[in-house]
Design a protein around this ligand. Structure first.
Ligand code: COA
Ligand code: ZN
Length: 318
């Protein structure tokens, strides 16, 4: 297997499944907590060890995730499994502590316009809110990860300067963040931009572990993953079946698809610890749960060597 792996790529990658959060926040209908729970169980059974399961945000802003506390209370806790949730402010942090989340994910945007749409405040205020969250989390001994949205372009402002992404990442590092997700909320990342931004962030913040969060809005999500791997990144966020999208960004569509990503990684000799067939079954369950077709492709075609009986297809003759 390893001889297939391109030079410089990591031998193993961690996948953070964000379907229950990024995926379901984009669905018109709210799924029952029991359906979310069943899906989470299936994802864990497939071998995923990092699930971003919900958000402790305002239920008025994201009603689909209003059951965050109930869901966390019902989810199984297993050694080696990390159940994380988005937390925007002190109120969210207190709710997350009460729900005994394994990790909080603070978030803000690299553009003022998207931050105002998504969090109803300027970036400066969000940084102050994040400082409060980190204090609450520290007192409760809960790790805090961070995510920066619209790092590769903003649907309201266009290009986002690299210097802005670096400044915000540095502010987060000063607040003690050691796990940072660089997010492409509306699929504006391109291979050259990924290389530029990942290299600059790695150089500026060698002590911070980076993850990449891509959306497949313009069809090149997995190309961007390959550039990330080339730069040595070994942590990616994706969503089962390719569900997803930010309700506060126009045209935002699905995340890169977990089973398509796992297929790519395995075929390139990168281990994930995940069972692709079990993941495909979970993607089909997710599709049934949301009640409309999902964009994932491997869930439709099956693994590469899935063979079909000869008699299943007619012969073109006559
Ligand atoms: N959890 C639950 N309720 C919350 C909350 C939280 N974390 N933060 C604020 N609220 C409640 C307040 O108690 C208040 O309730 P009330 O109207 O009953 O008094 C109300 O929400 C408004 O509070 P305020 O602090 O003024 O918030 P806001 O209206 O300026 O909204 C956020 C700020 C951050 C709470 C909101 O923009 C938000 O939840 N954004 C998240 C969006 C998101 O998840 N996007 C997708 C991820 S990319
Ligand atoms: Zn996203």
């Amino acid at each position: 297997m390893s001889e297939r792996r391109p030079k410089g790529w990591p031998a193993r990658a961690t996948i953070v499944e964000v379907g229950l959060r990024d995926g379901l926040q984009a669905e018109r209908a709210s799924l029952p907590t029991a359906t979310k729970l069943a899906l989470a169980e299936q994802l864990l059974a497939a071998g995923l060890r990092h699930l971003e399961v919900t958000s402790f945000v305002s239920p008025k802003a994201v009603p689909q995730l209003a059951d965050a506390a109930e869901l966390l209370a019902a989810l199984p806790r297993r050694p080696g499994v990390e159940l994380s949730a988005l937390v925007p402010n002190a109120k969210g942090a207190e709710r997350a502590v009460a729900a005994k989340v394994d990790a909080m994910v603070v978030f803000l945007s690299a553009s003022e316009s998207h931050n105002k749409k998504n969090l109803n405040r300027p970036i400066e205020q969000s940084l102050a809110d994040i400082a409060e969250v980190t204090m609450i989390a520290e007192a409760a001994r809960i790790p805090v990860h961070a995510a920066i949205s619209v790092c590769f372009g903003c649907p309201f402002e266009g290009e986002v300067p690299l210097s802005r992404v670096l400044e915000i990442a540095e502010e987060l590092a000063m607040l003690g963040i050691r796990h940072l997700s660089i997010a492409d909320t509306t699929g504006m990342a391109t291979p050259p931009l990924v290389r530029e931004r990942v290299e600059a962030l790695r150089q500026a913040l060698p002590g911070v572990r980076l993850a990449l969060h891509f959306h497949n809005t313009r069809g090149i999500g997995l190309c961007n993953v390959m550039v990330g791997l080339d730069c040595g990144i070994d942590r990616f966020e994706s969503s089962i079946g390719g569900m997803g999208g930010c309700p506060f960004a126009p045209g935002a569509t699905g995340n890169i698809c977990t089973e398509d990503l796992v297929y790519l990684l395995h075929e390139c000799g990168v281990e994930t610890g995940i069972d692709l067939e079990a993941l495909i079954a979970a993607a089909k369950a997710a599709e049934a749960a949301v009640g409309h077709p999902l964009p994932g492709q491997v869930m439709k075609a099956g693994p590469r060597l899935k063979l079909h009986p000869l008699e299943a297809v007619r012969t073109a003759a006559g």
